[in-house]
Design a binder for this molecule. Sequence first.
Ligand code: ZN
Ligand code: ZN
Length: 350
Amino acid sequence: MALLAYGAPAGDKPLEPMTIERRAVGPRDVQIDIAYCGVCHSDLHQVRAEWGGTLYPCVPGHEIVGHVRAVGAEVSRFQVGDVVGVGCLVDSCRTCASCEEDLENYCEKGWTGTYNGKTDDAPGHTLGGYSQQIVVNDHFVLKISHPVDQLAAVAPLLCAGITTYSPLRHWNTGPGKKVGIVGIGGLGHMGVKLAHAMGAHTVAFTTSESKRQDALDLGADEVVVSRNPDEMAAHVGSFDLIVNAVAASHDLDAFTALLKRDGTMCMLGVPEHPHPSPNIGALIFGRKAIAGSLIGGLAETQEMLDFCAEKGIVADIEMIRIQDIENAYDRMQKSDVKYRFVIDNATLAA
Ligand code: ZN
Ligand code: ZN
């Protein structure tokens, strides 16, 4: 069956309506009617060939929520009508050490992305959530227990949510810990909400005074304008963890100085131009670490969704029609969104 989708035929072309096919529902497959899909910065970079290696046509989207339309004969975890999600991964080897530890996101053979990943399905690479339906192996489908009227705002949890949740958990965020979140955008706004909900003293770092009240509204206990040296100096040597969501090249030493002994700064973005080399002496005198983290495994993503449902956490979103996607990309590049665009997939048929 031909399905409606939005994608780009080439890296220098805007997204346009197109029709795609999905594979027939296999024994372990879940067929999902997509209700909403979040718009991630990765979508823009990938579809515009800014990372290289983009396969066309490219249909982006890996923050997918919807309803189960059909399940294969061997699927027992899901039933028709269930509310479900799909994030950044739709397959992995399932046998390497990382997969065996529920860390499919670090699969040693390389996981299959929800779009632009290699697959036997036509056209030879995966197509993402800017489409009416998707067919996914049940291991990579997540249960959503939020109220259904929050479904659109749940979509960004599938990438922005898990990408910040995983490092917060890995470095033991909780009561008694002081945690910083650098950059209050799609990722950072989730980081502030999650760190606060985990019980940490949460400090938001922003470059703009104008975001101070917004960050407090998200749940930050304190806000530091990182361009203000006096504000930064007040926090030297005090953080257990800093989650740095800024991908643009910047001075890391300004933040490692704020870590306690044995503190860690975890980077979430890959800069287009490298950060200035960090001051290694500043790390040695204090046994500090600069680390990285990539999304999360399926079990942890389910844990994050359940945690968010229990705590009433969703993303702050602006809903768009699929026809407005290019405008949304332009605004996203200017950080002109609070804090995530989400596509209403019903508009594909408009
Ligand atoms: Zn993403
Ligand atoms: Zn693996």
